[in-house]
Design a protein around this ligand. Structure first.
Ligand code: ARG
Length: 480
């Protein structure tokens, strides 16, 4: 180890470095190296603040900024040599800087790795939330696009996975757009609580030096929509808080669960038994044994990967629950869970959008399934209600009609007017009107219902929103 590196890596307190297996067990640079941009950005802002309060000369600041920029370039070009013996991304960069410029030895003034890692994670996650939110927007766009292209397609809606009532397939798709919109709101909330600057909180108790916390926070964009600077208000909380990681991972887990449900719908619908949709070859795979197979692996993996994302959330909550105040090394375990969640959910969102762009409904099969007259049994009961029959009696009468049809091997729309008259004397049922599927859909006019007018209105609303919409956390949304 070079002398500079040794000075950075351990204090005068230790006569010896850690045993090899301890070093291997405790290092984190093998995964936290990916925070290098944020680490350099944070160090640059910290150095600028040290200069601002008179703890660094102009010359020293210039040395530090130049050295950090050069290190950044080396890392970007994959020319930087990461050293596991220097433990983490922070020590690697600081040691390299100190080796280059003497002023590097002043960079860590008034700072601890505890506020530094909290800062790096917040900076990283802020960008990640913006990116994920944009990807979710893209997926919402794919759903709205698919729904718009096939707005005429009708299909059965299900409860208990039993055919229930007919719906526009577009309506089914827009249900997921709504779920994803709530996800967007959760990402926005997570962003707001992530966007708080911990720098200046030191190891746990701040510093006796005249640091300017607001200066550095402003430099790093820790401001709210109105431009007010956002500082962590308690130094002990600042270094031990990982709520922002949990909140993001919870929001991401719910996104993963929504995608898993959508994947399940697509898997069912692409089966021969349903035959409602066809996935393009490029988004399916074959079998190594059965030549005829075409498998929905992309959808299956999206469904499957939700498991690890939920697991990551559980792991984080478990990690935090017994920790005494304040920073404990346990917290190093947060990063791989966070990175895995962000990577996995991002990929799932992108792949789901691609899959939807390459999926086509089979309108004829969907319609044939939706045209099952039993799906309009509720419409018959509601027609009786319009004639003044109490709903419970109407429900009973139509139930009896369904039983009669089943008993006599006919469809519900094949009962004769006389039979209907028998079952519901108070009302005149005109099967030709009641069981006309398109008419039935036009009867559904309530807000939020699957009738053609309402679905078209919702589609237009979403198209407007998506073309105008800024991603939460983006500058356009004004949250920074
Ligand atoms: N690698 C550490 C982490 O991820 C950085 C902070 C280390 N701080 C300390 N006092 N050991 O949590």
């Amino acid at each position: 180890m070079s002398q500079h590196a040794a000075v950075v890596a351990r204090s005068g307190r230790f006569a010896q470095g850690p045993a090899a297996e301890v070093a291997a067990f405790t290092e984190s640079v093998s995964f936290d190296w990916r925070l290098w941009r944020q680490d350099i950005l944070g160090s640059m802002a910290h150095a600028a603040m040290l200069h601002h309060v008179g703890l660094l000369s102009q010359r020293e600041l210039r040395q530090i900024l130049g050295g950090l920029a050069a290190i950044g370039r080396e890392i970007a070009e994959a020319k930087f040599r990461w050293r596991p013996d220097l433990e983490d991304v922070h020590m690697n960069i600081e040691a390299a800087l100190t080796q280059r410029v003497p002023a590097g030895a002043k960079l860590h003034t008034g700072r601890s790795r505890n506020d530094q890692i909290a800062l790096d994670l917040r900076l990283w996650l802020r960008d990640e939330i913006g990116t994920l939110s944009g990807e979710v927007r893209g997926l919402q766009g794919s759903l709205v696009g698919l729904a718009s292209r096939h707005v005429e397609v009708l299909a059965p809606g299900y409860t208990h996975l039993q055919r229930a009532q007919p719906v526009a397939l577009a309506h089914h798709g827009l249900a997921y757009v709504e779920m994803l919109e709530r996800d967007q709101g959760r990402l926005r909330d997570a962003f707001a609580r992530c966007n708080v600057c911990p720098l200046g909180c030191g190891a746990l108790a701040g510093s006796t030096l005249p640091l300017d916390r607001a200066f550095v926070a402003r430099q790093l964009g820790f401001v709210d929509a109105r431009g007010r600077v956002r500082l962590a208000e308690n130094s002990m909380d600042a270094v031990s808080d990982r709520d922002f990681v949990v909140e993001f991972c919870a929001a991401a887990a719910l996104i993963a669960v929504h995608l898993s449900r959508l994947a399940e719908d697509l898997i069912l619908w692409s089966s021969t038994e349903f035959g409602f949709v066809r996935m393009a070859d490029a988004f399916t795979t074959g079998s190594s044994l059965m030549p005829q197979k075409k498998n929905p692996d992309v959808a299956e993996l999206i469904r499957g990967k939700s498991g690890r994302v939920v697991g990551n959330l559980t792991a984080l909550l478990t990690l935090l629950k017994g920790l005494p105040m304040t920073y404990n090394r346990d917290l190093q375990e947060d990063k791989e869970r966070l990175f895995d969640t962000a990577d996995t959910v991002g990929a799932c969102v992108r792949l789901m959008a691609g899959l939807l762009d390459h999926t086509t409904p089979n309108a004829a099969v969907c319609r044939a399934a939706a045209a099952d007259p039993q799906l309009l049994a509720t419409d018959v009961a509601e027609a009786l209600v319009r004639c003044g029959v109490p709903f419970r009696q109407a429900h009973h009468a139509v139930g009896a009609a369904v039983a009669l049809a089943e008993r006599t091997g006919r469809r519900l729309d094949q009962l004769t007017p006389a039979e209907w008259q028998d079952l519901a004397p108070a009302a005149a049922i005109d099967p030709a009107v009641i069981f006309d599927l398109d008419r039935a859909m036009r009867r559904r006019t309530l807000p939020g219902s699957p009738g053609p007018r309402e679905v078209r209105r919702q589609l237009a609303r979403w198209r407007r929103r998506l073309s105008a919409g800024a991603a939460p956390g983006s500058r356009k949304a004004g949250s920074r």
